[in-house]
Design a protein around this ligand. Structure first.
Ligand code: HEM
Length: 98
């Protein structure tokens, strides 16, 4: 979303995609177009526009809002590494070899 392919879309195009999704892709429609300033779809448009300039502080703030804990994320990461065929990084059971 930070790349020009997305950033070169107009605000109206981003809004349309958020509200309607992209047919026949995984991008689903997020909901009805709202009205006026209370229309949260425009907040998402602003958010996408802000992504290229996002600061480390803002990223930390967002991580703090993630319902997944640090431990959950570490576990996810280990699973991903395992699925990619790597050695599990911190697995006490992994010392058993045949
Ligand atoms: C609030 C959350 C989301 C927003 C604001 C959002 C917004 C967008 C936007 C603006 C695009 C167009 C980008 C471009 O073509 O350059 C896009 C594309 C896409 N999004 Fe989302 N998205 C969200 C969540 C999701 C989720 C949860 C999924 C999958 C489960 C998803 C799947 C996709 C896919 C597959 C595309 C590419 C469609 C294509 O092939 O053209 N999006 N999204």
């Amino acid at each position: 979303m930070r790349l020009s392919a997305t950033q070169n879309l107009s605000d109206g195009e981003l809004y349309y995609i958020i509200v309607n999704g992209v047919r026949l892709t995984g991008m689903l429609a997020w909901g009805a177009a709202g009205t006026g300033e209370a229309d949260e779809n425009w907040y998402l448009v602003s958010f996408i526009r802000h992504l290229p300039q996002i600061t480390p502080e803002e990223l930390d703030e967002m991580k703090g809002l993630n319902p997944k804990t640090e431990a959950d994320r570490a576990e996810d990461q280990q699973e991903q590494e395992f699925l990619k065929g790597g050695e599990p990084s911190q697995n006490p059971g992994a010392t058993h070899h045949h």
